[in-house]
Every structure is written in C-alpha cells, then in structure tokens.
Design a protein around this ligand. Sequence first.
Ligand code: NDP
Length: 280
Amino acid sequence: MAKLINGSEIAKKIRGELAEKVKKEKLSPNFAVVLCGDNEASKVYVRIKSKACEEVGIEFQEYHLKEETTQEELFKLIDKLNEDETIDGILIQAPLPKHLNYREAADRIDPEKDVDGFNSYNVGRLTIGDPTFIPCTPYGIMKMLEECKIDLIGKKAVIVGRSNIVGKPMAQCLINASATVTICHSKTKDLKKELKDADIVIAAVGVEALVKADMLKEGAIVIDVGMNRNKEGKLCGDVDFTEAEKVASYITPVPGGVGPMTVAMLMNNVIKAHCNKISK
Ligand code: NDP
C-alpha cells in the first residue's frame, strides 16, 4: 500500500515557517490579486489565497473588476500596480472573461512582481535553469518530492498534460532536477505504454480517474494535480486513487494533496518578491 503524501500537512508547515520569517525579520509583504468577472470558482480561490495571506502575515489586496472590463482597463490597473512600490506581488486570477487575453495580461506584469511565474520572461528563466519565480503548482510538487526525500536524478518521470501553468513548467522543474521527462497529452497514442515504466507519474489533465492502476508500474510515485467533480459532486483527481494506492509507493490524495501546496508556494513567492525588493 502506498504512503500518502499529505500536502495539507506539508503546506501547513511551510506556511508556519513563512509566518515565522515574516515575524522575525519584521517583513511587510504586500500582495495584489486581480479578479475579473463573477466566476464563482475564481472567487473561492481568491478567498483561499486571502486566508493564507492572513495566516502568514502578508497584506492582501483584492481588485475586483467587472466582467465587461476591457483589455486596456486591465492593463491600466496592472501598470498602476507595477508602479506602486508598496506592492510586491501581482496575480491575475485565471480564467479571465473570454474577451480578455490572459497571455498579454501576464506579460504586462513586472517580472519582479510576477509571483505566479507566468510572465514570458520568468518562463524563459525557468527554461534556462535559473528561475526567479517557479509556478506554484510545479513548485509545490517539487517541495513534496523533496519532503519525501525522493531522489529524482535519472528517474523516468511522465507528466500527463501540457498546460502552461502545470504540465510544461513541471517538465522544466523535473529536467532541472535531472529526471528524464516525457509529456503526454490528448494526442498521445498509447498513454498506458508511456506510463507503464514511469518511476514518477504526474497527472494534470482534468479528467476524473483517467490514470488507472493497471497503467502504473509497481512502486511508482503518483502525484495527482487534477481537481474534478464526480457525479456526486465530490472533489476528485485524475487518478483512480483507490486502486492506484495498491500499486504506487507514494501517492497524493485529492483533496489534501497538491492544492494546499500550490497556495503555500504562492505565499513563498510573495515573500521572495518582497525580500528581493528590500535587498536592492
Ligand atoms: P488544461 O485543460 O489547461 O490542460 C489539460 C491537459 O490535459 C492538456 O494538455 C490536454 O491535452 C491534456 N489531456 C486532456 N485529455 C487528455 C487525455 N484523455 N489523455 C491525455 N491528456 C489529456 O488543464 P490545467 O493544466 O490547467 O489543469 C489540469 C487539472 O489540474 C485540472 O483538473 C485543474 O483543475 C487542476 N489544477 C489543479 C491545481 C492545484 O493546485 N491542485 C492547479 C492547477 C490546475 P491537449 O494539450 O492536447 O489538449
């Protein structure tokens, strides 16, 4: 039976360490989140971030723009936050309303305040192996693997999903850690064949129970990023957890796995941005 990687516990420890640092070093980090429109899930994510900020001692400011906001209005707010020296980190809550361009908005953020790590400059820095801000979900996964003392050198890692926020930066993090990396996606011909000899499987798809136990190698480390609702409305991942935990050596649950780690690493990045600023 697999060992459970308890993301909630590890994240709590990280938040505690960050709170301690803020207190001890008398830091005053300040974080701005831009929410556009009335997506209910986005509102929940913003609340979760606000609560974590409160716990760690980060000043939190929410800028709630209306659904009809234009790209120019969004740019204007980003420019204002970029120029505001009291603001350390800026995050644009995705998804934006359909008429707005998220990529252009992310690229408008000052790279030194881009705590999500999605600005093209920071994506490039991660790619060359000298990151400033690592995107929070892959960063959280790397921390979990580190916490479990998993040696990544030469390990075969297979990532399912190639999004800019999870799959691709995850691949970069694992390459930088000297794993051998394969990325699968919706056009992959034989997912089972790709997964079958993986030492580490990272599922970031958004399809309930896509990864089945019979696709896994005995003793694989299984990280489930997916956040789906099953037909009973219960939160569940991309991995068939009940069966996979009988085959895997380590596994993350959903909820209580990757999700809380993402938020903890966001807090880490905001404090990093603040420390970078005051050390100048
Ligand atoms: P995207 O929708 O942007 O990407 C999904 C990826 O999965 C795509 O690359 C897609 O391929 C691939 N895919 C879809 N169907 C299949 C399939 N049948 N077989 C193989 N690959 C497939 O999603 P995100 O990366 O944004 O998120 C993935 C999941 O992770 C979601 O459930 C999301 O809610 C969750 N998530 C959780 C976070 C957390 O903190 N826990 C943070 C971020 C996301 P293609 O590119 O070909 O379309």
